[in-house]
Design a protein around this ligand. Structure first.
Ligand code: ACO
Length: 428
């Protein structure tokens, strides 16, 4: 394989090094391109641009492979605990028993949030979207822990910020929901596991005992693992780019939450359920909605379909589709939305438009149906995604800092007016 590529430009030939990853992913290193030629590259949406070297997640979109630190997603989803996966992503290896106990106890001891933060919550309108609340509350954490604003802190202090975030996000997420319902906040209980504690804070009431269903806990554990990282997606890239200015970790994660909120990214899980409800209310004519999705003059898209990287299948969608059947079966739920989703998938997958473009169900197509079965309201779906993705965002941020990556600052090709003189207002 070539070690360099040659580029001929304005009659001059330059050589650019080829870089190859451990899974044989190939790239051209253009770091010196502008200095050597005066040219930059243009790649809107970064469809061909590698922004970093990373050893966290490997993804092969053509073959539907996803691995965290080398471990296949299928194995982790079936066997691991979410906090174990969080440790793996952040620190690079599965923890030993001792390391895991220490990690869990550090997370457990920081689940409470400052009482003053409750006052912020109470000031949000009752119909505030929980993603807006979550992003703002996470950024606000930086004001309660001002030491986090120092980019040159000791490693232990940085670890503490990472642990605080993982510990407090479920509390903030559950409280955003409680606040919306105008229900009393439930405080974390540190004898419960991570997933149990979240479910408790979401659904328990002070007036009666809340029994946690292990089927629900397992389903939540699997969903969080499936969402835990996905290399350089929109929100992870946002976290890296915010953090590259040495902004603190809380504000970098708040940026990631905001990026995730959009319906083309994590917000798709809410949009999928809304779409399926709409199709059902409209009589369930699949052909009509598939035709709308294909019509370039119609803004409608099949939500939960298509992916920038996966062009054959999304391995997470396969696992979730199966989990969906299992969970609904175990909980004794017969949700017509699941049948509708399966029919819609079948119609779309047989359609030339979707086949040609490699459009398959992504992770969000079936996740909303499980969340619905777990009684989680649709506005909270993307919050659930954020809970799962947090360790991935933290790992991406940590790697970026440790690699000493430069501040993220793309260039552009200017297409505006050329120089012109100012005309005073009265002469315009
Ligand atoms: N429905 C209908 N057509 C679609 C869809 C869809 N869901 N997705 C892509 N297409 C079409 C595009 O119109 C385009 O057609 P063209 O070649 O005729 O112009 C072609 O497929 C390629 O699509 P792009 O938008 O160029 O692909 P891109 O990689 O930029 O976008 C994205 C990927 C944003 C995920 C897109 O497929 C989409 O909008 N899907 C629906 C939203 C969604 O489910 N997002 C969640 C993604 S997973 C995640 O973030 C966790």
């Amino acid at each position: 394989m070539s070690e360099v590529v040659k580029l001929e430009i304005d009659g001059k030939v330059i050589e650019l090094p080829v870089v190859i990853g451990t899974e044989n992913e190939k790239g051209i290193d253009i770091k010196t391109l502008r200095a050597q030629t005066g040219y930059i590259t243009i790649d809107p949406g970064y469809k061909n641009t590698g922004s970093c070297f990373s050893s966290i997640t490997y993804l092969d979109g053509e073959n539907g492979i996803l691995q965290y630190r080398g471990y296949p997603i299928e194995q982790l989803a079936e066997k691991a605990d979410f906090l174990e996966v969080a440790y793996l992503l952040i620190y690079g290896n599965l923890p030993s028993k001792k390391e895991f106990d220490l990690f869990k106890s550090s997370i457990t001891r920081h689940t409470l949030v400052h009482e003053d933060m409750k006052r912020f919550l109470e000031a949000y309108p009752f119909n505030a979207h929980p993603m807006g609340v979550l992003s703002s509350m996470v950024c606000s954490l930086s004001t309660f822990y001002p030491e986090s604003q120092n980019p040159n802190r000791a490693k232990e202090a940085i670890d503490m910020t990472m642990h605080r975030l993982i510990a407090k996000l479920p509390t903030l997420a559950a409280w955003a929901y409680k606040n919306k319902m105008r229900h009393p906040f439930m405080y974390p209980q540190n004898d419960k596991s991570y997933c149990e504690n979240f479910l408790y804070m979401m659904f328990a009431m002070p007036s009666e005992e809340y029994k946690i269903d292990p089927v629900v806990v397992n389903a939540l554990n699997t969903l969080l693992i499936l969402h835990a990282d996905h290399e350089q997606n929109c929100s992870a890239s946002t976290v890296r780019i915010v953090g590259s200015s040495q902004a603190n970790l809380y504000s970098s994660i708040a940026g990631g939450i905001s990026a995730l909120w959009g319906p083309l990214h994590g917000g798709a899980n809410q949009a999928v359920i809304e779409m399926l409800d709409q199709i059902m209310a409209d009589g369930g004519d699949m052909e009509k909605w598939v035709a709308k999705a294909k019509d370039k003059d119609d803004p409608f898209r099949l939500m939960g379909f298509g992916h920038r990287v996966y062009k054959n299948f999304d391995p997470r969608a396969r696992i979730i589709k199966k989990a969906c059947d299992d969970v609904l079966d175990k909980l004794g739920i017969n949700d017509p939305t699941l049948e509708l989703a399966k029919k819609l998938e079948k119609v779309a997958l047989e359609d030339e438009y979707f086949v040609q473009r490699g459009l398959y169900p992504n992770v969000d197509f079936y996740s909303g149906i499980i969340y619905k079965a777990l009684n989680i309201p649709s506005e909270m779906f993307t919050v659930m995604f954020a809970l799962g993705r947090l360790p991935g965002w933290i790992a991406q941020w940590k790697e970026m800092v440790e690699n000493g990556d430069p501040i993220g600052r793309p260039r552009q090709i200017y297409t505006g007016e050329t120089k012109r003189d100012y005309i005073p207002l009265e002469k315009r």
